[in-house]
Design a protein around this ligand. Structure first.
Ligand code: NAD
Length: 509
């Protein structure tokens, strides 16, 4: 990026330059990219127009024809190079995540580490895209399944994991043989531009068997996401964001029989049982509920505490809420940074008013206007003691609010935990083996993620990530999530001289 670009603020200029974001990404008077650190404009950007989006999809469709023929392990080499670029630029990219998404430094860096980890995972996977050989009922026959590249993969991402979610999808899609077009959140375009620049560098180092159009980036609002969703040439859309977004996207994808990976909202809970290690539970709850300023899809939002330990735990939690360090996320001493924008703080205030109106007792939750001025949205996390699960406790408010209620019987707590629309993540704190097993059993937690003695947030990339019900049912990252990026062909081969039909059918002509 040329240092003469006026539309980039000084604190971002050097970082964007080192990350290789081209000057053509910026435009005087263009769309503002804001930082939640102070609410100010960091850069003015040129948005992708309709024709450019159309051309990107066309180039990706072309690229698919070539990329699907490149052997998997060779495709893995591209992802290995991407991992190298991310390692080399981890510090800069992590700081940019902090500046643009407001995450504290360790979480900004942690997000980039997650990208590096999924690249490593995908490189190994590139040699393990295996199918099965299946016993056939016919003599002199062999039956097997083979996994082939699927097609263009559209990736729509949310603001709160501005870079990691792209990599969960892109690293896998690339080794699976699919070109990737990314529509990042309109709230975090700078980190997307930076990641794209690093990926382009990896492609250049990889050489000529990476086709033009393999990686696309669409900078702008939801209408660009809609372009991906509606285009027949996009075989798979992986969409991460609110359930409201998923409700719009899912029917359009199903109407054209496209594949969907939906990673939507969560309303995650934890149960603290009588035998829980309360010191451990306290630390886990504090991080899961307050960390990332409550802006993780896996943030802990509901807590069911057994009556026998309520008074031993909740006052200590209240103290932690009262003393946690809130401030500029670039300060290493800060534990809680800002909300993404003032609208998010307003949404939090509304939820707290609703909770009060139905008998909730709110501790904390106030806006802290003196940290970086009116344009920024710093809040004290809120702990809300509720008489029962009701009102705003039943839905996701994307802010640091933890609703707490008492329970008596484990079954009652599990039923309450499952009685919300989302089904992403859940935890139980217990040292009773039977209780832990009940929680993890078929009649226990109905979530995609169920943990024992750790909080619901902070998943590792090795497992499949995603949730049930209104969370959308998608799975990403580890385990066998890669299968969603490929198509399965079942092949039966007759190496004999007769033609036995399946199920003993005879048909002589
Ligand atoms: P959002 O729904 O406002 O936006 C997400 C993305 O979808 C953006 O890129 C946006 O431009 C795009 N979009 C919105 N409407 C669209 C449409 N009709 N068609 C195509 N694209 C559209 O979400 P957000 O505020 O950025 O993120 C917060 C939400 O994301 C929370 O609900 C959180 O729980 C959820 N989230 C879920 C996961 C998960 O893995 N389950 C991960 C991160 C965030």
């Amino acid at each position: 990026m040329a240092p003469t670009v006026l539309s980039v603020r000084d604190d971002a200029r050097a970082v964007l330059e080192r990350l290789g974001v081209p000057a053509s990404a910026f435009a005087e008077g263009g769309t503002p990219a804001r930082s939640p650190v102070d609410g100010g404009v960091v850069a003015e950007l040129r948005e992708t127009d309709r024709e450019e989006a159309e051309a990107a999809i066309g180039r990706a469709a072309e690229a698919f024809l070539a990329w699907r023929r490149v052997p998997g392990p060779r495709r893995g080499e591209l992802v290995r190079l991407l991992g190298e670029e991310l390692r080399a630029h981890k510090d800069d990219l992590g700081r940019l995540v902090t500046l643009e998404a407001g995450k504290i430094l360790s979480e900004g860096l942690g997000e980039v580490q997650e990208m590096i980890d999924i690249c490593d995972f995908a490189v190994g996977l590139s040699r393990q895209l295996h199918g099965l050989t299946i016993a056939t009922e016919r003599p002199d026959h062999r039956m097997m399944e083979v996994w082939h590249p699927l097609g263009v993969c559209g990736v729509i991402t949310a603001f709160n994991f501005p870079v990691a979610v792209w990599s969960w999808n892109a690293a896998l899609a690339l080794v699976c043989g699919d070109p990737v077009i990314w529509k990042p959140s309109e709230k975090t375009p700078l980190t997307a531009l930076a990641v794209h620049a690093l990926a382009v560098k990896a492609v250049k180092r990889f050489g000529s068997d990476a086709p033009d159009g393999l990686l696309g980036l669409l900078i702008g609002g939801r209408e660009l996401g809609e372009r991906l969703v509606e285009d027949q040439r996009v075989a798979l859309v992986s969409a991460t964001g609110s359930t409201a977004m998923g409700r719009q996207v899912a029917p359009k994808l199903s109407a054209r029989f496209a594949r969907a990976i939906l990673e939507l909202g969560g309303n995650n809970a934890a149960i603290v049982a009588p035998s829980a290690d309360l010191d451990l539970a306290l630390r886990a709850i504090a991080f899961a509920a307050m960390g990332t300023a409550g802006q993780r899809c896996t943030t802990l939002r509901r807590l069911f505490v057994h009556g026998s330990v309520y008074d031993a735990l909740v006052p200590r939690l209240k103290a932690a809420y009262g003393s946690v360090r809130i401030g500029d996320p670039r300060d290493p001493a800060t534990l809680i940074g800002p909300l993404i924008d003032v609208a998010a703080a307003d949404g939090m205030a509304r939820a707290l008013d609703e909770a009060r109106a139905i008998g909730g007792t709110v501790h904390g939750g106030e806006r802290l206007r003196d940290i970086r001025g009116e344009g920024a949205a710093y809040v004290r996390p809120a702990l809300v003691e509720m008489p029962e699960q009701a009102g705003p406790m039943r839905r996701e408010t994307f802010a640091p609010i933890l609703y707490v209620t008492r329970y008596t019987e484990l079954e009652e707590a599990i039923t309450a935990q499952n009685a919300v629309a989302a089904g992403l993540s859940s935890s139980i704190f217990t040292r009773d083996l039977a209780e832990a097993e009940i929680f993890l059993s078929a009649s226990g937690s109905d979530c995609g993620i169920a943990n024992v003695n750790i909080g619901p947030s902070g998943a590792e990339i090795g497992g499949a990530f995603g949730g049930e019900k209104e969370t959308g049912g998608g799975r990403e990252a580890g385990s066998d999530s890669w299968k969603a990026y490929m198509r399965r062909a079942t092949n039966t081969i007759n190496y004999g001289k007769t033609l036995p039909l399946a199920q003993g059918v005879t048909f002589e002509v």
